[in-house]
Write a protein that binds this ligand. Structure first.
Ligand SMILES: [Fe+2]
Length: 240
């Protein structure tokens, strides 16, 4: 091997190492990968009984929300992608180019994914944010109380129907925002972009039976049923 070839090989190796290092430093969505590959063959089961989140989220709301609203989004998404280039595409990839896919795929795909994500971050009996997530919350918002207030305000002030989100941004910090309708931060045309680790559904169908028009009361109750174990896991998986 002559000296030029050795130099070229060395430069190529250094370049590849730099690319690999840069890539490994980016925010990843690896532990959300099962979310990105959501089945379009089978409607996923609710991970607990309808009454599991009582009294904060009542059983009848949960049943109607899951078995009618969520199931309709699933069925309509499957119908919308049938026979298109999106039929066998992981839903995360669909979201990455959803502005080209049309409203039926965007709205129903969002409705399908967002609710699976929402069910997953709800639960009872978890302790709270991990030390790592607490550090990130304090850095981004000053304190846990301030974080709660900011998230709750994002949920309260979302005009009409939509979702509030806690996301990890590309620089691995935390941010809070909301999206309209069934949009989410994974969509290419969303004004809020990042990897979601917490969300709340503020469509009226999520709370009207128990809380009627009092969205603020529903949001306050929501804090009793956050599955912090899952939020902590999603945070660590996203920033590692
Ligand atoms: Fe909903």
């Amino acid at each position: 091997m002559n000296i030029n070839l050795i130099l070229k090989s060395g430069l190529a190796a250094a370049f590849l190492f730099a690319v690999f290092t840069a890539m490994s430093g980016q925010v990843t969505n690896s532990k959300n990968i099962d979310m990105e590959n959501l089945s379009t063959k089978e409607f996923p089961a609710l991970p607990y009984a309808y009454d599991a989140l009582e009294p904060y989220i009542d059983a009848m709301t949960m049943e109607i929300h899951y078995d009618r609203h969520h199931r309709a989004y699933f069925n309509n998404y499957v119908a919308a992608i049938k026979g298109t280039a999106y039929e066998n595409m992981p839903i995360g990839k669909v979201f990455a180019e959803v502005s080209k896919a049309g409203d039926a795929i965007k709205n129903n795909g969002g409705g399908y994914y967002n609710h699976v994500f929402f069910w997953r971050i709800l639960g009872k009996g978890t302790a709270g944010p991990s030390p790592e997530l607490s550090t990130a919350i304090n850095k981004a918002f000053g304190s846990f109380d301030k974080f709660k207030e900011t998230f709750s305000n994002a949920a309260k002030t979302r005009f009409g129907s939509g979702w509030a989100w806690l996301i990890v941004t590309t620089d691995k910090s935390l941010a809070i925002g909301s999206t309209a309708n069934q949009d989410n931060p994974l969509m290419d045309n969303s004004s809020l972009k990042g990897i979601p680790i917490l969300t709340i559904d503020v469509w009226e169908h999520a709370y009207y039976l128990k809380y009627q028009n009092k969205r603020a009361d529903y949001i306050e109750a929501f804090w009793n049923v956050v599955n912090w174990d899952e939020v902590n896991r999603l945070y660590m998986a996203t920033v590692k």
